[in-house]
Write a protein that binds this ligand. Sequence first.
Ligand SMILES: C[S@@+](CC[C@H](N)C(=O)[O-])C[C@H]1O[C@@H](n2cnc3c(N)ncnc32)[C@H](O)[C@@H]1O
Length: 416
Amino acid sequence: MMSGKNIYIEELISDEQIQLGIALLNRQYEQRLSKATMTVSSIRDNRIRFFGCFTDNKLTAVFGLTLHNCASEINYSHLFNHLEFENGQVATIGQFAAINRINVKTLYGVLFDTAQRLGLETLYGILTKNETFYIHYLAATIHKRNCDVDVGTEVPVTAFSMQCRELAPRTQSFLRRSPVRVFEQHNSMLKIHSSDKHTSDSAWGSYQRAFSQVVTSVQQQLYREIADQLNDQVMDSGCGPAHLLKFIENKSIEYHGIDQSPLMVAGAKATIAELGFVNANAQLGFSEQLYCNGKGFKTICSINSLYAAAHPIEQLKHLANQLAVGGTLWLANPNPNMNMTKMTELLKSEAQYWGAHPLFDDFCQHNLRLVNTYQKNFYATGLLSEWCKSVGLRLTSCSEAKFKGAVSLIKAVKEI
Ligand SMILES: C[S@@+](CC[C@H](N)C(=O)[O-])C[C@H]1O[C@@H](n2cnc3c(N)ncnc32)[C@H](O)[C@@H]1O
């Protein structure tokens, strides 16, 4: 069970998901904008990309973005006296509603992050309240007040816009980001993952059974080294069956595992229950879509899962964003020394401990297949270090001695 701390963001695509979002909107709009009703078809017909933020699988916020390629497409374009429209795409923000289980900073952080991932330049919108908040914290430019547009009820409306590539310093704090070059615009043209990827067992499900039972000596050494240095709060990105917990003695540690494979998550939940951890949870999803609903995680572990990411720098960047200032990232990933020969050698030496296990053969075959599939993503230690630095982390240790030289382990700290 999630402790209710974190937020998972997803694009609402199916009719059912959109209905859920509309129900949240209507609940809030009823009080102030009773005639502003939305339907699944109005969302679709107006080409609104509708995003939902979930806490404990419960929808806690929604926002819609309508992407525009030219100024004349902007809703209420006559209200905006200067349309900064030369450099790229913009969007109108709308259908915004939230309930109080989501932290305001996190919500706006998710909004700007989404805008940056979509490669948007400017967000235009109209608002009926909270103008001071938008001006003060989000550096909003006010275009026109007391606009004569019908938003479903007679309330004064203000037209505003916000920059979403070059964020003002105050707005940056909503993203919990270090102001380093990787966050500049050329690197922000990233796809939102939810629309083109779905959590699945296709890649990892078949591996789960053997992987959850066989834990090789080289894995054990790695988990132990990391576990010994963990204290009160951990986010485990691509947690698998949560093996790491087997090496943590403090049963009340706060642990948030996330994995995109339903079977792995089931395994992680079983591990949590079996070992009796009381503040631990595992959830299904992509690490890139999980947001810390607060100051940021104190520790994030990414153990042998970055190589499976379709957009590794993007994932690393997101993980760095979710760290609190002073927080630590543990990153382990196979390096180019990991190849078929090395894996065969490693498995051979494990046979003395695991050879009699009924799933050991299966474990060996899966591992050899993994090497074959992902070898191109076994990044050099130097490259991983550069990536860490480029997302604003300072390396405090770096080794390539794990798995007999085939896995690199980096410990890095977020300083600002
Ligand atoms: C080799 S397993 C490692 C599991 C665990 N970290 C460990 O060391 O025991 C890699 C895991 O990463 C997960 N994974 C891959 N890409 C992911 C993503 N983008 N978000 C969340 N999980 C992901 C896979 O489903 C798989 O369970």
